[in-house]
Design a protein around this ligand. Structure first.
Ligand code: NDP
Ligand code: 2IT
Length: 450
């Protein structure tokens, strides 16, 4: 596969030390082989070389004052990766691990994810290495204002529309929106995930988690199976994990785990959603506190996990929902899940499974929904928010949820049909990558080489 080797060599040389980006790019490039071989136009127009290079990468300094009045410095990123299908769209991540390689991998995945939604949105991602943990509300506000003081000149309702990701929820979107308005004097849809009172959409908060469960439902329906009555495991305890758990309960399943960066909860009676929401959304404290109210549940700190493992994946389950972060599920975790009878993985997080883990899932032919398909419900509902903003409308919950349900079903059908068309029926990694890529690549060709 010379084009893959050539492209990967070039990326490693001109974009050094971007491991996560190489991982995401290689997976897509390998999947594309039958498409590239079947139609010479992609080679003729040099689409592979063009699609792995972001259209624009914005890197900036953020200076903000902490509560002691000391000036603190962080790096800010916005990577505008591909605008063939619409304005750049994708979240902002605030986490100390953020670097150019991580934002680039997320932006790259976003291109194909957004294409799969069937909606007119291009791919982008941004963020900062700012660590929100332990910061006061006032510090979070000053950071968000400083971040937007630079970002505002690069975004717009028809050019680039950021949203949340790890470390960015309703509070941060509010602070950023306020600063944009202050700087420009304009009240417009430059962010999604806004509060319902000022331009947000119903269901956006729930959308990624609900969507990941809808996707699992569709993968299982294809096999004549259902989630009802089944034990499920979920990692993470943020936005995606919480609404994955909520939807699992609504469908009659029993989610028994959740986690954060410090440890994991196993509650064999089923995670108490009310407690989890209060701890994470209201009090914003560690899930360690969960066992105070539910003494039958077990809390295991990361230090006590089996070496090199994520405790959540050692718990027997029918379906698993990785909803924390990239590479949180490795080969050994995958082997354990399969051994314990897991038949379905639906990825709420972006690239949570390592390539070796994905290989095991594909070999086992279980229902495996890769992140760019399974977690597309969040960004899809963001686009529904943009649509409502543009039309000065506010749709009711059932309307938005109904649209989300259809979008997830269409992503499954499109990925599944494409996997059959190119000779690897049921391999949704392959199907999603080809289906997502084909639409973007065709648009790039139609729009000319610029
Ligand atoms: P949140 O910030 O709301 O929650 C993140 C959760 O993951 C927290 O429980 C956090 O624990 C945990 N976590 C983060 N980093 C690590 C780490 N390095 N090791 C272990 N646990 C970690 O983020 P979201 O729920 O929004 O995002 C979760 C995942 O879903 C990410 O991969 C994101 O890219 C993806 N995603 C999000 C979408 C959205 O709409 N929000 C849409 C599509 C995908 P702690 O609190 O201790 O840090
Ligand atoms: O990874 C993702 O798709 C998101 N964080 C959501 C992006 C968005 O624009 O809603």
């Amino acid at each position: 596969m010379p084009y893959i080797v050539k492209t990967m060599d070039k990326l490693k040389k001109n974009s050094p030390a971007q491991t996560e980006f190489y991982q995401a790019a290689e997976e897509v490039l390998v999947s594309l082989r039958p498409l590239i071989d079947s139609d010479s136009k992609y080679k003729k127009h040099n689409i592979i070389q063009r699609i792995v290079e972001p259209e624009r990468q914005i890197l900036f300094r953020i200076v903000w004052l902490d509560d002691k009045g000391v000036a603190r410095v962080n790096k800010g990123y916005r990577i505008e990766f591909n605008s063939a299908l619409g304005p750049y769209k994708g979240g902002l991540r605030l986490h100390p691990s953020v670097n150019a390689g991580i934002i680039k991998f997320l932006g790259f995945e976003q291109i194909f994810k957004n294409s799969l939604t069937g909606l007119p949105i291009g791919g982008g991602k941004g963020g900062s290495d700012f660590d929100p943990k332990g910061k006061s509300d006032a510090e979070i506000m000053r950071f968000c204002q400083a971040f937007m003081t630079e970002l505002y000149r690069h975004i717009g309702p028809t050019t680039d529309v950021p949203a949340g990701d790890i470390g960015v929820g309703g509070r941060e979107i509010g602070f950023m929106f306020g600063q944009y308005k202050r700087l420009t004097g304009r009240f417009e849809g430059i962010l999604t995930g806004k509060s319902l009172a000022w331009g947000g959409s119903l269901v956006r908060t729930e959308a990624t988690g609900y969507g990941a469960v809808y996707f699992a439902e569709d993968m299982l329906a294809e096999r004549g199976e259902v989630l009802e009555g089944k034990t499920c495991t979920v990692s993470g305890s943020g936005n995606v994990a919480i609404y994955t758990i909520e939807k699992l309960y609504q469908l009659g399943a029993k989610p028994v785990t959740c986690s954060d960066s410090r440890g994991a909860i196993y509650d064999k009676d089923g995670i108490n959603l009310e407690t989890l929401k209060r701890l994470k959304e209201v009090e914003k404290v560690s899930i360690e506190n969960y066992t105070k109210e539910h003494p039958n549940a077990e809390y295991t700190p990361v230090a006590d996990y089996p070496k090199g493992r994520n405790l959540v994946w050692t718990v027997p389950c029918y379906a698993a929902f990785p909803s924390a972060t990239q590479n949180e599920l490795n080969e050994k975790d995958a082997a354990d899940l399969l051994k314990n009878g897991c038949v379905c993985i639906s990825e709420g997080a972006n690239m949570p499974s390592t390539p070796e883990a994905v290989e095991l899932f594909l070999e086992a032919k279980i229902a495996y929904g890769p992140g760019k398909a399974a977690n597309a419900g969040g960004v899809a509902t963001s686009q529904l928010e943009m649509s409502q903003n543009a039309g000065m409308e506010a749709w009711n919950f059932e309307t938005v949820d109904g649209k989300l349900r259809n979008i997830m079903r269409n992503i499954f059908i499109n990925s599944n049909e494409t996997s059959k068309e190119f000779g690897d029926a049921g391999n949704l990694v392959f199907g999603a990558n080809i289906a997502g890529f084909r639409k973007v690549a065709d648009a790039m060709i139609e729009q000319g080489a610029v």
